[in-house]
Design a protein around this ligand. Structure first.
Ligand SMILES: [Zn+2]
Length: 101
């Protein structure tokens, strides 16, 4: 059976915790932060060595009304399927300067 995390792209990033380039893994969790009338949405990745977190931007200073309602609900509910879907998107990862291997 296919697991939700199947097909995750391996990503590497300089870790602010261990100070080295490390592999980071998708935690399956989002962070939504209200900023006045706008929201920021991130997907949280974590260093495999030291667990230092790295937030990858999904939406930046965006009116919640501009985000599809179903998707916004998924962010707020930490929907694992939605999180893993982002982890399979090269465009999203590249936009966040992830090194892909
Ligand atoms: Zn680290």
């Amino acid at each position: 059976m296919r697991t939700p995390d199947a097909g995750q792209i391996r990503v590497y990033h300089r870790c602010g915790g261990c100070g080295k380039k490390r592999e980071f893994v998708n935690t399956g969790k989002f962070r939504v932060n209200a900023n006045g009338k706008n929201v920021d949405v991130w997907l949280i990745y974590r260093c495999v060595k030291c667990k230092h977190s790295w937030n990858l931007t999904i939406y930046e200073r965006t009116r919640p009304g501009r985000i599809p309602a179903e998707l916004f609900d998924a962010f707020q509910a930490n929907d694992v399927e939605a999180a893993m879907a982002y982890g399979r998107r090269i465009d999203f990862l590249k936009k966040n300067h992830a090194e892909l291997r």
